[in-house]
Write a protein that binds this ligand. Structure first.
Ligand code: TYC
Length: 109
């Protein structure tokens, strides 16, 4: 093939298929526990140990952080796991008639 038979060069940028089709990691969600005036400190420590697998010391530190600052992140999970944990915490709190609230927020894409 000589140079004359080559197709004309286009100045339009081609989509980078390799980039566009790259599999992205799943979005992650942080779980926050919120402070309130009524839930006993021991109950929050228990939740952190049982449902977030924190040590006794970590749980006490985190509970105090929530108590003083209003909220803290207890873990970061995929959507499905975060959603399940929020429900577990909120059901467990309701069952024991404590107003402890747990929410999830998108962490990163
Ligand atoms: N503020 C509560 C108290 O003084 C303790 C508490 C800590 C409640 C953390 C909720 O997420 C919480 N009993």
């Amino acid at each position: 093939m000589n140079i004359i038979s080559l197709p004309p060069q286009s100045s339009v940028a081609k989509p980078d298929l390799a980039q566009d089709t790259k599999i992205q990691p799943p979005s992650m969600y942080r779980i926050l526990l919120l402070n309130d005036d009524f839930t006993p400190m021991d109950f929050v420590v228990d939740v952190l140990k049982q449902l977030f697998h924190k040590t006794e010391d970590e749980s006490i530190q985190l509970m105090l952080q929530i108590h003083h600052q209003g909220q803290a992140t207890c873990g970061v999970y995929s959507y499905e796991v975060a959603d399940q944990k929020v429900q577990q915490v909120n059901h467990y709190s309701q069952k024991h008639q404590h107003p402890l609230k747990c929410i999830m927020e998108k962490d990163r894409d």
